[in-house]
Design a protein. Sequence first.
Length: 541
Amino acid sequence: MTKKGKAALIRMVSLSLVFALLFSMVIAGCAPKEPVVEPTVPPSAPTEPAPAEPQKEGGVLKLGIALKPTVLGYAAEMRTYQEFLIGSTALEPLGRHDETGQMQPWLAESWESDADAKTITVKLKKGIKFHDGTDFNAEAVKWNMDEFLNYGRAEAKDLESTDVIDEYTVRLNLVTWNSSLMDALFYFVLMTSPTAFQENDKDWAANNPIGTGPFKFASWDRDVSVKFTKFEGYWQEGQPYLDAVEWHLIADAMTAMASFRAKEVDALVNLEPGIARQIEGMGADIKKLETGLGAMAIGFAGDSINSDSPFSDVRVRKALSFAVDSEEITESILFGYAVATNQWGVPGSWSFNPAVEKYAYNPEKAKQLLAEAGYPDGFTTKLTTLNSPMEVQIMTAVQGYLADVGIDAQMELVDTAHYREITNVASDPWDGLMLYRGRGDADVVTYMPRNFSSKGLLMVNGLITTDKIDKLLVDAAAASDFNTVKQIAFELQKEIYEEQCIITPLFVLTMPVAKYPHLHDEGFNKAQASLWTPESAWIEK
């Protein structure tokens, strides 16, 4: 089938499945001054009044989201996109990522790293209170860090202990230097009140977020809504502007669209691409996450760890990349609500290596590589994917592309629990081709080892690794400056995605958010998928 014909077929398949988706993130100079000539204004000339400042205060922000949280107030147990997004209405971290992926101070005033001493010393902002009236200080930060560490979170694996230096200074002591530890801990550890936790218990804290954020927790009707009210003692003067924030949990896509059309909610968060396309004509703004930070990356990979598998041959793995047109899938199936990529992260992010070979769609090249590897007539294999509308649609397209080069990929559908089980390092090696789902972050130190280190946790029971990759991952973590980390990241990208082709990446989702123009400065999809700015959000009257 020609590329043109295949594109038409994909569009037909895509349109037929949209409805299935409906049911399912003044420079001063030194030169001599010229004489100033005042303009002459006729006496009768009207003067324009200065524009009035917008009225920002007041109102209730109503947000719709399909995914339901299970934990909102205890960071050590928070894992999902929706838990961080909803929880951060009340809880705040030490730092926030900016649009380039760099960590910037938030509750922290500043920090200083010492790679030789293996320490990070953090100065905290003063005068901040938790919602229960207790102080946010060094003791509170130590308690939160200790909870995260003692819980066994992977992000804290290189944290040894936290010391209180004075009332507003803490020192993080590392087991070994890790250049990305701040990116992990300063983002994932949402600060909660130690007093509220100790006066109740962990289960209570998980259901009742007591933080330093702009809004206080009010109620949680498990399958209906999570509500917050304005925190009058918020540390940023004059904020928040809103009186309240309500998260409405709407699992059914048709119901969500009807609610949005009726303006019962001001925004819908983390839409499926097909749903986002349906909303485009409703007078809404669709905001896409372009950075890839915190978003989901999707691709597929063969069981290269199995010496008897065709995918143990790098030529076969390269053939996979030439065989599939990821840009066509992105446009025809995902309607542009994803960013095609050929490596970890998205083009433009700090760790993205523009020199990595793109492996542009070339089925003839794929057939040539298969023949060189000893498969001139192709072969039959299994293609395991999640049994959800979007993943099935994507992998059906992949299946068609592979068939065109002689690979008969027979699809096997599994639920989420089974997918997690078979891709866990503790399971037996999986076989054939496997759907890949991972983070789209630029950060190669925190997340990449999960899939590509010999000590990784996810999918590594089916993937090869190399001594070179292991060394580069260790070196990246041990680097003491950003430029060195970036250089090593470029080497990792080239080794994993060009030289070894361990995974065939397709795209990173853009987590579309639909919002009405009357909502301003809420920060959705500006930098990080699970980050928004409730403190500055306001509704135009």
